[in-house]
Design a binder for this molecule. Structure first.
Ligand code: ADP
Ligand code: ZN
Ligand code: MG
Length: 509
């Protein structure tokens, strides 16, 4: 007997609109005192009239399209009734039977996973308003409520139970976050609560021949309201473990339940038993006319930007990046934009080069592949490291694509070596100057003048007689040490290959 997890996700994404879902209050929460972005509509006073925020509808439709959904010709809003201090109307305006989008899917790569490629069905995506934020005071004496968040627009995405591991669920969430960022509809920052996830999980049983035993879908546990990728992954792992044990003991869960993730204890804990959707007494929102979405859908279809998956493939095919590098670069749209500009600069430089290395077996220009490797290496390890050390974001860094492209050409033509390159780059992020100037001002250009380098080599050979003797006696690994000393004596500006050749010649003599 083996047990396999069945996982489906429900994700709330906060839409980055100026105003709230049904009123003109600002939807921005940061730097605002509690309970200032409020009005009679989002406070739920009687007699007020909600008006749909068209930007939110457009964003929702855009996400539906990006998730390959059918966009409803007609959609409507419904009241979802429940009583809680964070919901002043005692109902949330949401969508029940006619969501704006349904029947979509997302294809994903899960590098190194049990399934390397997954197809996840998207059940639906609907618009709703967020509830206010509760602050439970220490000691449990009181709860304060901030209504700034109340009424801000959300889109809820519901997936089919198509995930087979916590890892797959996490990869999906990360891709969804990236798609939201590419579409510009949300910052989708989990830590800031822009993206919150409920994870549903059950187990199913297989016999030793791999045939399903019993039901495909068993009563599930819903783990509510997680706001970090790690929590989602850990909570699912914990639940898989807990439910597997119950199954093995012959006491599988008989009803669906709701649990919460307790990060401090590293466990899920049972909450109230799950309400049936009938408990919410959904009924159509009488104050909001139905939405006709055909025209918006057509318009949004023409505005759909290139999505991360397509961009990763293009980065491999057009620029010659390796799969992992393309993935890393496209994970930040601003970094990917920067790369595109760097390549358009490099293009004209490459066209001026006398000879090309031809094409590889996939028809990708070999010269480009080499450049892509340089660009990826310098951007992802060196520059990313420098930016992180100095707390600078690519969006505001001083290095222009032109200067970075020039920097890459200096490296590619061996005018700068790696050591000096790093020095030049760290000056570039400080003052934004062009690399040739920094190189010349700092005397950092590679010493490929054989005469000058030969002098340094002679000096090193004189200064390290013991090491030289040992090398000559057969300890060949000392060559590396001596090259290091030449690099040091030249303050990192020597061309290492040339230094090596000169040393070998000198040491033989
Ligand atoms: P509910 O009626 O509890 O809201 P739904 O059928 O609407 O349940 O599904 C809610 C979420 O739970 C969806 O993401 C769905 O994929 C997932 N889900 C449904 N059934 C199961 C199951 N047996 N095991 C795991 N996840 C499930
Ligand atoms: Zn308001
Ligand atoms: Mg449901």
């Amino acid at each position: 007997m083996t047990f396999e997890p069945v996982i489906g996700l429900e994700i709330h994404i906060q839409l980055k609109t100026k105003t709230k879902m049904f009123c003109a209050c600002s939807a921005h929460e940061t730097g605002v005192s509690p309970n200032t972005n409020v009005c009679p509509i989002c406070l739920g006073n009687p007699g007020v009239l909600p008006v749909v925020n068209e930007a939110a509808v457009r964003y929702g439709v855009l996400l539906g399209l990006a998730l390959n959904c059918e966009i409803a010709d007609y959609s409507k809003f419904d009241r979802k009734n429940y009583f809680y201090p964070d919901l002043p109307k005692a109902y949330q305006i949401s969508q029940f039977d006619l969501p704006i989008a349904k029947n979509g899917f997302l294809e994903l790569d899960v590098p190194g996973g049990a399934r390397e490629h997954i197809h996840i069905g998207i059940t639906r995506a609907h618009l709703e308003e967020d509830a206010a934020k509760s602050f439970h005071m220490a000691g449990g004496t009181s709860t304060l409520v901030d209504f700034n968040r109340g009424g801000t627009p959300l889109i809820e995405v519901v997936t089919e139970p198509d995930f087979g591991s916590s890892r797959e669920a996490k990869v999906f969430l990360q891709e969804l976050r990236l798609i939201a960022r590419y579409l510009g509809i949300s910052d989708a920052d989990m830590e800031k609560g822009h993206l919150r996830c409920d994870a549903n999980i059950s187990m199913r049983e297989f016999d030793k021949d791999g045939n399903l035993v019993g039901l495909r879908f068993n009563p599930k546990t819903e783990i509510k309201n997680m706001n970090s990728f790690r929590h989602v992954e850990k909570a699912l792992e914990y639940e898989i473990d807990r439910q597997t044990r119950l199954w093995e003991a012959g006491t599988p869960p008989l009803t669906s339940t709701t649990r919460g993730w307790n990060e401090a204890k590293g466990v899920t804990e049972e909450q109230r038993s799950k309400e049936e959707s009938a408990d919410y007494r959904y009924f159509p929102e009488p104050d909001i006319p139905p939405l006709a979405l055909k025209q918006i859908a057509d318009e949004m279809r023409s505005k759909l930007p290139e999505l991360p998956a397509a961009r990763r493939i293009r980065f491999q095919e057009e620029y010659g990046f390796k799969t992992m590098d393309a993935r890393a670069l496209c994970d930040d749209p601003a970094l990917a934009d920067f790369v595109e500009k760097v390549f358009s600069e490099l293009d004209s430089w490459m066209r001026a080069l006398p000879e090309m290395d031809g094409l590889d077996e996939n028809g990708i220009d070999l010269e480009r592949k080499k450049l892509a490797r340089l660009v990826a290496g310098w951007l992802l390890s060196k520059l990313a490291g420098l930016l992180a050390e100095n707390s600078i974001d690519v969006r505001v860094m001083k290095i222009t694509p032109e200067n970075f492209a020039e920097f890459i050409t200096l490296i590619a033509t061996r005018k700068l070596n790696a050591t000096a390159g790093l020095k030049v780059l760290s000056v570039m992020i400080q003052d934004g100057n062009d690399p040739t100037r920094i190189m010349e001002d700092g005397g950092l250009g590679q010493v490929d003048d054989a005469g000058k380098l030969a002098e340094i080599v002679s000096r090193v050979v004189e200064e390290y007689p013991a090491e030289v003797a040992r090398y000559r006696a057969g300890e060949e690994q000392l060559l590396k040490y001596l090259i290091g000393m030449v690099m040091k004596a030249s303050e990192g500006t020597a061309d290492p290959a040339l230094a090596k050749n000169l040393l070998i010649v000198k040491l033989r003599g």
